[in-house]
Design a binder for this molecule. Structure first.
Ligand SMILES: Cc1cc2nc3c(=O)[nH]c(=O)nc-3n(C[C@H](O)[C@H](O)[C@H](O)COP(=O)(O)OP(=O)(O)OC[C@H]3O[C@@H](n4cnc5c(N)ncnc54)[C@H](O)[C@@H]3O)c2cc1C
Length: 401
């Protein structure tokens, strides 16, 4: 997308149609049932892989499409997440986390050996990886990580716990990357590094899946590590760079979550317009009433603004990768602004749509009820709204803590 044209390219729009056709045929008809059954549809996740959605930006040598920044690769990923999220937020977050949290850290920081070993299956979507940053005592304050990885006899011995980790305990999870204390710096600050823990490592357990408010068809577990041993070469990237690695991972993730929120907004607008044209009260459709129609007009405004902010940030990310002079701090700012605005708008949009549907908005037979439950977490995952406001305020030079 050219930032000035405010439009996606023809290729991106064609790609959008492909993903939309897939999402409407393979996901939309089943999403309510998966939600009711808390069922993680492994086969459909693997179909997303077959369609190439996990490997858009991965190099061809690992089975990816090799889309570069010049090709608008990250923008393509956002389009895919938006379109999948438009019919099902659970599958949208599964795709987002599979790429942003599963593949990207290995692609960005992995050695050739690590990439060759893990990426082909992840890129094909036959396997998934989780990214374990959050802990019971360290969420927004992720630097407070307590999980430890000690080097003993040429192996990392990992002890600790992670919580709320997406794609970490599915049938096809092949590994999780976790941040851990690997030492102490001068001045007593922890040295944080990232370690790859393959599924099945003795001492590593993906505990029982959470009973969540929404995202019922997504895979989320607490993880525990009790003397889980992995070889020395399972360190991901440089020792002591764990903090910088997760900050960079989350910048991209914020834009991707904003795209998921745009999918939610589009779904709420479409559903509300359709219902307001059909539902009759007082001898005419409810859309005749300004009290209803004006709320739906607001949905359109929120959708347009969220989409622009999201794809502007995505275009900046692509431009940076293509070597254009986009200052990192401008991208970080754009990512936080897009995440904050799009996710808060999505939550508001689900409230409005539920109201437009009246009593049916509270019934699971219409998708708006599911979107209402699914939307809330958008304001929490990959940096809460408060964290985004803190980052934006700091960027403005305010002395906020
Ligand atoms: C379904 C789901 C999936 C997730 N998937 C993953 C995953 O795959 N990997 C992973 O690592 N994590 C994952 N997370 C964790 C998520 O990123 C954290 O929940 C989030 O960062 C918030 O951390 P917390 O839950 O510890 O809340 P806390 O940090 O305890 O925050 C509680 C409240 O206090 C506010 N707060 C905290 N600090 C400040 C401050 N300085 N100023 C103002 N307000 C503040 C917060 O905004 C929030 O409102 C997932 C979470 C959920 C719910």
């Amino acid at each position: 997308m050219s930032i000035l044209s405010f439009e996606l390219s023809r290729e991106h729009e064609e790609f959008r149609r492909t993903v939309r056709d897939f999402a409407e045929a393979e996901i939309a008809p089943y999403a309510a049932q998966w939600d009711r059954d808390h069922h993680f549809p492994t086969d459909v996740v693997q179909q997303m892989g077959k369609l190439g959605l996990m490997g858009l930006t991965a190099p061809e040598e690992f089975g990816g499409a090799g889309l570069s920044g010049e090709d608008g690769g990250f923008t393509s990923l956002c389009v895919a997440i938006e379109e999948v999220g438009r019919v099902d937020q659970s599958m949208g977050i599964t795709l987002e986390a599979a790429v942003g949290l599963g593949i990207n850290p290995i692609l960005t920081y992995g050695t050739e050996e690590q990439k060759g070993r893990w990426l082909p299956d992840l890129v094909a979507g036959t396997k998934l990886a989780g990214f374990g940053l959050t802990e019971p005592g360290a969420g927004s304050d992720a630097g407070a990580t307590r999980t430890k990885a000690d080097m003993v006899g040429g192996e990392w011995v990992v002890n600790g716990a992670k919580q709320f980790i997406t794609n970490s305990g599915s049938d096809i999870t092949s590994l999780v990357t976790v941040t851990a204390r690997t030492g102490e710096r001068d001045g007593g600050k922890p040295e944080l590094s990232t370690v790859i823990i393959p599924a099945g490592t003795p001492g590593f357990t993906a505990e029982k899946a959470y009973d969540k408010l929404g995202w019922h068809a997504s895979d989320t577990h607490p993880l525990s590590f009790v003397d889980a041993r992995v070889p020395e070469d399972h360190l991901l990237g440089e020792r002591g760079r764990g903090y910088a690695q997760f900050l960079a991972t989350l910048d991209d993730g914020r834009v991707a979550i904003a795209a998921l929120a745009v999918g939610c907004l589009q779904a709420m607008l479409d559903a509300s317009v359709a219902y307001a044209g059909e539902r009759q009260t007082y001898g005419g459709p409810i859309g005749r009433k300004q009290g209803v129609a004006f709320q739906i007009a607001d949905l359109q405004v929120m959708l347009d603004a969220s989409r622009l902010l999201t794809y502007k940030a995505a275009a900046m990310r692509d431009a940076m990768e293509a070597g254009h002079a986009v200052p990192m701090k401008d991208f970080k700012h754009a990512a936080s602004v897009a995440k904050l605005y799009a996710t808060e708008s999505a939550v508001t949009a689900t409230r409005i749509a539920t109201q437009v549907f009246g009593g049916y908005g509270f019934m699971e037979e219409y998708p708006v009820a599911r979107f209402y439950r699914d939307a809330k977490v958008l304001e929490i995952g990959e940096g809460t709204s408060e964290v985004q406001r803190m980052l934006i305020a700091r960027g403005l030079g305010l002395p906020v803590e």
